[in-house]
Design a protein around this ligand. Structure first.
Ligand code: FE2
Length: 202
C-alpha cells in the first residue's frame, strides 16, 4: 500500500480569541485533533503490514484497523472544518450561502433552529451539508467522528457537540454553547467553500 504521513494544520490565532468559546476549550479540540492525525498515520502504517488473508468480519486486524481508521479520519476532517470556519463575526450568512439556506430551509432563522436542534439531538456532530443527489442543503446528524456521514454530500457547517466542546464553558448547557458557535462563524469561509466546490447557486 502507498500512504503518506500527514501533519496537523496549525491553529489560526483567531481561534484562541473566540466570543463565548474559551481558549481552553479550543485547545482541547486541538489536542484531540493532533491525536487523530497521529492515529491516522499509525493505523495506515499498521495496515501496511497486515496479512490480508486473515481478514474476518467478527474480528481481524484488518477490520479493527479499518474501523478505527474511519474514526481517526472523521476526527481530522470534522475538526479541520470546525477550526477553519470559526473566528468570524457570526450573524446571518451573506452571498451564495444565504441564498442556499433561504431556499432550502425557508429562512436563516429556520436553518439555525434546525441545526441547533440537530446539535442537541446528536452525540457528537451536526453538519449542514450540500447533498449532490438531493440538490439541496440538509442538516445531518452525527454521534461520533465516523457516524453518520452521507455519501456525496459536502459539509459546509460542522458543529462539534462532543462534551469537550462545551462542558468547560457551559457545563451541561449545550444550547448556550451552540448559540456561541453561531456567533463565531466566518461566513466568508463558508462562501469560499461553496465557490470552490462549485455548488450551484439557488
Ligand atoms: Fe472537538
Amino acid at each position: 500500500m502507498n500512504y503518506e504521513e500527514i501533519t496537523p494544520r496549525e491553529l489560526k490565532p483567531a481561534l484562541l480569541q473566540l466570543d463565548g468559546i474559551s481558549r481552553v476549550s479550543v485547545e482541547a479540540h486541538y489536542k484531540l485533533y493532533q491525536g487523530y492525525v497521529a492515529k491516522r498515520n499509525e493505523l495506515l502504517r499498521k495496515l501496511d503490514a497486515v496479512d490480508l488473508s486473515t481478514a474476518n468480519q467478527v474480528y481481524s486486524d484488518l477490520r479493527a484497523l479499518k474501523v478505527d481508521l474511519s474514526f481517526a479520519i472523521g476526527g481530522i476532517k470534522n475538526h479541520e472544518l470546525y477550526f477553519e470556519h470559526l473566528g468570524g463575526e457570526g450573524g446571518d450568512p451573506d452571498g451564495a450561502t444565504a441564498g442556499l439556506i433561504e431556499r432550502d430551509f425557508g429562512s436563516v432563522d429556520l436553518w439555525r433552529a434546525d441545526l441547533r436542534a440537530t446539535g442537541i439531538a446528536g452525540r457528537g456532530w451536526a453538519w449542514t451539508a450540500y447533498d449532490w443527489d438531493e440538490g439541496r442543503l440538509f442538516n445531518y446528524i452525527g454521534d461520533a467522528q465516523n457516524t453518520f456521514p452521507v455519501w456525496n454530500a459536502t459539509p459546509l457547517v460542522a458543529l462539534d457537540v462532543y462534551e469537550h466542546a462545551y462542558f468547560i464553558d457551559y457545563q451541561t448547557d449545550r444550547g448556550a454553547y451552540i448559540d456561541a458557535f453561531f456567533q463565531n462563524l466566518d461566513w466568508s469561509v463558508v462562501n469560499g467553500w461553496v465557490e470552490a466546490y462549485r455548488i450551484p447557486p439557488a
